[in-house]
Design a protein around this ligand. Structure first.
Ligand SMILES: Cc1ncc(COP(=O)(O)O)c(C=O)c1O
Length: 421
């Protein structure tokens, strides 16, 4: 009996120890998870990546809230619930139109920059071919991947694409552009401002040259990065098609707009009901996000001059702070992009013989930004934009893109500049 009891006690003892060990381990894991979260939250690196995406402006979230909590109607419904959301979508259309200085009916809402580019390029290329006007497209080597990939796809469909080179500042030459036009050219797509180096192209000049060559040519510009940062008016630029991405101007992600000049027809990309977006983009409108984009457009329109000025002030302060703290090592620093024709918020800089990825990793507790090259399984990948401007490798590998936003403070700029240097 004594043997049985001690065996029982032994098993219980082992069981008790196991339970103790498992509970302790669980607690430790939980604790370390929370410690990680808490320290992660407390660290909150300063955000200098506004070209990747922006925060949502408080007035934008405020405008969207009633359409999350209260107004749920389908804009296509004839009753009052539908009328409320329909009116909200139309108000947003007018707000975007005011920012671009175009007519409200020339604005089509869709899911963002990428869809807008796809619709513009594929829709225009296909309609031009149906009309037997030609099969040649002109774009540039520094376009966003959404344009480059769409052009590659169009090449598989029998289109010929010219990818124009840029100079060391990221500018396309007018002469090159003129020379690349042929009697087959039906579509041009040149970005307004580059997302990496910020260079702004003189789109109105390219439009003039293209239209002078042939009035049949359709001109699209990807203005995802310029709208909201600088004045971008379609009447001044003269394009037929212009892309906006909501999350670059303090609206949410997943919403965008395409300006389609009155009279321009595009082949449809998304099929379905004919009553949405004047038959141009089927699918029940994303009322909440569209309202957000409208409000963001109104804010940008109302405050454009101050926004541009304050972004520029912070960008230049950031640059001079880094230069100042580098002191006698200043010559390892190189500014990329055009010194004047550049987005007011974008500072793209290279440090000679410095690894940009490692630098950002070391600064990750202080600063969130982007670099111009990335390491993928021991292979270094330099961005297509830096390759196009022929930045020497010893600089390209040490490239950082620092982009300010309207919430960026002077104090953040000074601290960021000091940390980087
Ligand atoms: C210049 C440019 N075009 C297009 C896009 C794509 O926009 P979205 O993210 O809304 O699809 C971006 C986004 O990074 C961009 O910077």
């Amino acid at each position: 009996r004594i043997g049985c009891v001690s065996a029982f006690q032994g098993v219980c003892g082992v069981w008790w120890w196991w339970m103790f060990a498992i509970t302790t381990l669980r607690r430790c894991a939980l604790l370390s998870f929370f410690q990680h979260r808490v320290s992660g939250m407390a660290l909150c690196p300063m955000y200098f990546d506004y070209n990747a995406t922006t925060t949502i402006h408080p007035e934008v979230s405020k405008a969207m809230l009633p359409f999350i909590t209260e107004h749920f109607g389908n804009p296509s419904s004839g009753h009052i619930y539908g009328q409320i959301t329909k009116n909200a979508v139309e108000k947003a259309r007018s707000q975007v139109a005011a920012l671009l200085n175009c007519k409200a009916q020339e604005v089509v809402f869709l899911s963002g920059g990428t869809e807008s580019i796809n619709y513009a390029l594929r829709g225009a290329a296909s309609i031009q071919r149906k009309r037997n006007l030609g099969n040649h497209i002109i774009t540039s080597q520094i376009e966003h991947i959404a344009v480059l990939e769409t052009c590659k796809y169009l090449e598989t469909q029998g289109f010929e694409v010219t990818y124009l080179p840029v100079d060391e500042f990221g500018m396309i030459s007018e002469d090159n552009f003129r020379r690349s036009l042929t009697d087959q050219t039906v579509l041009c797509s040149i970005m307004h401002a580059n997302n990496e180096i910020g260079t702004i192209q003189p789109i109105h000049r390219f439009v003039q040259i293209a239209k002078h060559h042939s009035s049949n040519i359709l001109f699209h510009t990807d203005a995802s990065q310029s709208v909201g940062k600088i004045e971008t008016r379609v009447d001044q630029i003269g394009v037929d098609l212009l892309t906006i991405a909501g999350h670059k101007l303090y609206a949410p992600k997943g919403v965008g707009a395409l300006y389609v000049r009155s009279g321009v027809q595009l082949s449809k990309l998304i099929f379905g009901a004919h009553n949405h977006e004047s038959g141009q983009r089927s699918g029940t409108e994303n009322v909440i996000l569209v309202v957000g984009l409208g409000q963001a457009a109104e804010l940008a329109h109302r405050n454009q001059k101050q926004i541009t000025l304050s972004l520029k002030r912070n960008r230049d302060l950031l640059h001079s702070t880094i230069q100042h703290h580098l002191g006698s090592h200043k010559d390892i620093l190189k500014l990329n992009g055009h010194s004047i024709h550049r987005l007011p918020n974008t500072l793209n800089i290279s440090f000679r013989n410095i690894n940009g990825t490692e630098l950002l990793d070391r600064l990750s507790k202080d600063i969130a930004a982007s670099c111009g090259s990335a390491c993928h399984s021991d292979e270094v990948h330099i961005s297509h934009v830096l390759l196009a401007i022929q930045l020497p490798t010893e600089f390209a590998l040490g490239t950082l893109r620092l982009s300010c936003g309207t919430p960026t403070t002077e104090d953040e700029v000074l601290r960021c500049g000091r940390s980087i240097a």
